[in-house]
Ligand binder design. Structure first.
Ligand SMILES: Cc1ncc(COP(=O)(O)O)c(C=O)c1O
Length: 390
C-alpha cells in the first residue's frame, strides 16, 4: 500500500528546530562595504577591526598563485604534502596534523566530531565568538565561565563548570579580544579536567608561547593555529590543528574531502619558504604594538589591556566606546566594538602600519575630551594568580 503523502510543509519547518532561531555569526565587513557605509574612498579605509596583517602575504605567495598549474586538479584529500610541510614548521609529526579552511573550519569540525545535542562546552568569555557559534550549530550548550577582572581564567570556576556532559573546553591563548596569555600551568590544569582541551593559538607567532610540547603528555589536548594573521593569508583560508593521531584520523574521516583548496596549498608552501621575511614582519608588528601602547598611555579617558597578540583592547571612560568607534570610522579608521558586558566600554584595535598608529592616536586626541586629572596610567596588566595577594 502506498504511503500517505505528507502534508505540504513550509521549507522553514524542514530546518532543524535548534537551528531556526540561530543568530548568524557576526563577521567583519569587507573594505568596500565599510567605505560605502562611512562615505569614504577605498584608499581612506584603514581596516583595523579583524587583526589582519597590514603587510599582506609574502611576495612568494603572489608569485606561486600566479604560476600554479594545479587549479584544475582536485587537491589531495589526505593532505599528505601539506601535513608534512606544516609538521616541519610546527616541529611535530605529520600524523599529528590536519589542515583546514582556516582555524574556523577546525573549530567547526571538532564540534561536529564530539558534540551530540545537549552536550556541553566550556569557554571563557570575553573570547572568540566562533566557539559558541559552532556549538550552537551542533545543538550543544555553552557553559560560559567568565574571565576574572584582569581577564585571566578562573580555574576554580572552570572546575565547577565541568559536568558529565562536558565534551570540550575552548581556551583562546593569547585570547581574542583581550590579548591575555595564560601560562602553561593553567593549560595543564584545564587538560587534567578530562574533556577535550582545544587551545586556540591563532596568535601564536606574535607571542612565541605554545602548548604544543604538552601534546605528548595529554591525549585530550588539541592545538589550533592559523596562517591568517602572521602570514597574511586570511582571504585564502588556511589553518591547522595538532593533536593525537587518532583524532587526526577521525577529523580526516568527517571533513569534506577537498577542504584544503589548491590555491591555499600553493600559498602554504610559498609562505613556509619565506618565514624569515614573514617573522620579521611579525616582530615589526609587535614593536608597533608597543609603540601604540606607549602613545595610548598619554591620552586621557582610555586604558589599554596588556596584549600578547597583534591587537589591543582599550577601555574608554572619557566617552562611550561606541561613539568613539563611530568617530574613528568617519575618519576611515575601522576598529571593533563589542556590545556585550564586560567589554561594552571597550574597543579592539588591530595593530597596523606606523601611519595607522599615528592616525589613530591623532584621531583619539580629537575625539576624547581633555582630562582634568594628570599622572601616569599604567596598562591594565595581567598578574598571574600565583603572584596575586588573596
Ligand atoms: C582566536 C581566533 N581563532 C580563530 C580565528 C579564525 O582564524 P582563521 O582565519 O584561520 O579561520 C580567529 C580570527 O580572528 C581568531 O581570532
Amino acid at each position: 500500500m502506498a504511503r500517505a503523502m505528507p502534508r505540504k510543509r513550509s521549507v522553514q519547518q524542514l530546518v532543524q528546530p535548534h537551528l531556526r532561531a540561530l543568530e548568524p555569526y557576526k563577521p567583519v565587513d569587507p573594505p568596500e562595504v565599510l567605505a560605502k557605509r562611512y562615505g569614504l574612498r577605498l584608499d581612506q579605509v584603514a581596516k583595523l577591526d579583524a587583526n589582519e596583517n597590514p603587510y599582506g602575504p609574502s611576495p612568494k605567495v603572489v608569485q606561486a598563485l600566479a604560476g600554479s598549474t594545479r587549479y584544475s586538479i582536485y587537491p589531495d584529500p589526505l593532505q599528505r604534502r601539506a601535513r608534512q610541510a606544516i609538521a616541519d614548521y610546527a616541529g611535530v609529526n605529520p600524523e599529528q596534523v590536519v589542515a583546514g579552511a582556516g582555524c574556523d573550519e577546525l573549530i567547526d569540525l571538532l564540534a561536529r566530531l564530539v558534540l551530540a545535542p545537549r552536550d556541553e562546552v566550556v569557554d571563557f568569555p570575553p573570547t572568540f565568538g566562533m566557539y559558541p557559534f559552532a556549538v550552537a550549530v551542533q545543538g550543544g550548550k555553552v557553559v560560559a565561565v567568565p574571565r576574572l577582572e584582569d581577564f585571566s581564567v578562573d580555574l576554580q570556576a572552570a572546575q565547577r563548570a565541568i559536568s558529565s556532559r562536558t565534551k570540550i573546553i575552548f581556551l583562546c591563548n593569547p585570547n581574542n579580544p583581550t590579548g591575555t596569555l595564560m601560562p602553561e600551568s593553567t593549560i595543564r590544569s584545564l587538560a587534567e579536567l578530562g574533556p577535550l582541551l582545544v587551545v586556540d593559538e591563532t596568535y601564536h607567532e606574535f607571542c612565541g608561547s605554545t602548548a604544543v610540547p604538552l601534546l605528548s603528555e595529554y591525549e585530550n589536548l588539541v592545538v589550533l593555529r592559523s596562517f591568517s594573521k602572521w602570514a597574511g593569508l586570511a582571504g585564502l583560508r588556511l589553518g591547522y590543528g595538532v593533536m593525537a593521531p587518532q583524532l587526526v584520523q577521525q577529523l580526516i574521516a568527517i571533513k569534506s574531502p577537498y577542504n584544503l583548496n589548491a590555491a591555499a596549498e600553493a600559498a602554504l608552501y610559498a609562505t613556509l619558504d619565506d618565514t624569515d621575511l614573514l617573522l620579521q614582519r611579525v616582530r615589526t608588528i609587535v614593536e608597533e604594538r608597543v609603540r601604540l601602547e606607549g602613545l595610548l598611555a598619554t591620552l586621557p579617558g582610555i586604558r589599554h589591556y596588556s596584549s600578547k597578540a597583534n591587537f589591543m583592547l582599550c577601555r574608554f571612560s572619557g566617552a562611550p566606546a561606541h561613539h568613539v568607534q563611530q568617530e574613528l570610522a568617519k575618519r576611515g579608521l575601522i576598529v571593533r566594538h563589542f556590545s556585550t558586558p564586560p567589554i561594552q566600554d571597550c574597543l579592539r584595535i588591530s595593530v597596523g602600519l606606523r601611519e595607522h598608529t599615528d592616525r589613530i592616536v591623532e584621531a583619539l586626541r580629537q575625539i576624547l575630551p581633555p582630562s582634568d586629572s594628570s599622572g601616569d596610567k599604567p596598562a591594565l596588566e595581567f598578574v598571574p594568580r600565583s603572584k596575586r595577594g588573596s
